[in-house]
Design a protein around this ligand. Structure first.
Ligand code: NDP
Length: 301
């Protein structure tokens, strides 16, 4: 094991940096083109975590000078009503980005809703048109969490050309699009998943190791190449190690990487919480500005 612990990739610093960039772009768009990027967030139901995320998205979009609208709909809203609202937002000239918060109640088909959003306003990057654009190397609105991971890697490592990247997890929200983004950044990319043979050996090849699995502390220290950059996307709730707190039913959030072990081997590592998770909203704001520029026929900044 390396003697010195890994350097921390602090999501708070990078998210603030990205939000400041976005705020400067909004000022420029408003001053030069009378264009105020607008974001509409749709929340169906009363899932407590979703309510926190949606509030945060609304507050951050206002803080960078955007037009911000939140539509809160009751749990029993029909799919037809959600689709009707999406159709209205698709043609609303003040709205450049639409995000429908998931998970949706079980009676609503998430794919049908994602597919109803105008791909040019799809700031969550989940429409198949954007997935296809990304896969074929065309300009796309990319899902926010993987784009945030790429931002962290670029800020930390600079040019990623030729680096070996291993992405563990092939989910459509994170792993799959992130592998495409790393490929576009000229990394040599391996996607690993639950059927991968000898996963520790595959991980040990990585200069960049990303964990997007959803299994607490699965990636161990001896799976990591000394000096590698480790990006931990996982958000897992586990009982406290302290038996008194655990007995009281208290939980904490940990990643997919065993942070204690990994930070003795890696060169850089994201903490959980405080790493990737903080980037997601900042990228959402950036995607909204990108969408507004494109809809106004302006070149990217
Ligand atoms: P998915 O369920 O879509 O994907 C999980 C992936 O992990 C699958 O590809 C699965 O493989 C793979 N996997 C499961 N078990 C193993 C294993 N034992 N070994 C190797 N691979 C395995 O999850 P998401 O992509 O939506 O989310 C992944 C994690 O990221 C979760 O913890 C989630 O909470 C977190 N997350 C964090 C965000 C943030 O803002 N920080 C945003 C979104 C997600 P297979 O395909 O073979 O089944």
């Amino acid at each position: 094991m390396a003697d010195s612990p890994a350097k921390l990739i602090d999501g708070k610093i990078y998210a603030e940096r990205l939000r400041a960039q976005v705020a400067a772009e909004v000022i420029e768009l408003r001053a030069n083109y009378d264009l105020q990027p607008g974001l509409a967030v749709v929340l169906v139901g009363d899932d407590p975590a979703s309510q926190i995320y949606v509030r945060s998205k609304g507050e951050h979009s206002l803080a960078v000078g955007m037009h911000s609208v939140i539509h809160r709909l009751p749990q029993d809203t029909s799919q037809h009503e959600v689709l009707r609202l999406v159709a209205e937002l698709n043609i609303d000239p003040l709205i450049h980005g639409i995000l429908v918060q998931v998970p949706l109640p079980p009676h609503i088909d998430e794919n049908a809703v994602a597919g109803a959003i105008n791909p040019d306003k799809d700031v969550d990057g989940l429409h198949v048109v954007n997935a296809g654009r990304l896969a074929s190397g065309q300009p796309a609105l990319t899902p926010c969490t993987p784009a945030g991971c790429l931002f962290l890697l670029r800020e930390t490592l600079g040019d990623l050309t030729g680096l070996r990247a291993v992405v563990v997890g092939r989910g459509r929200l994170v792993g799959r699009p992130l592998a495409q983004l790393l490929l576009q950044a000229d990394c040599t990319v391996t996607m690993a998943h639950s059927r991968t043979r000898d996963l520790p050996a595959v991980c040990r090849e990585a200069d960049i190791l990303v964990a997007a699995v959803g299994r607490p502390r699965m990636i161990k220290g001896d799976w990591i190449k000394p000096g590698a950059a480790v990006i931990d996307v996982g958000i897992n709730r586990v009982p406290f190690d302290d038996p008194v707190k655990a007995a009281a039913g208290r939980t904490k959030v940990v990643g997919d990487v065993d942070f204690k072990q990994a930070s003795q081997v890696a060169g850089w590592i994201t903490p959980v919480p405080g790493g990737v998770g903080l980037m997601t909203v900042a990228v959402l704001l950036q995607n909204t500005v990108t969408a507004a520029r494109r809809q106004a026929g302006l070149e990217p900044a």
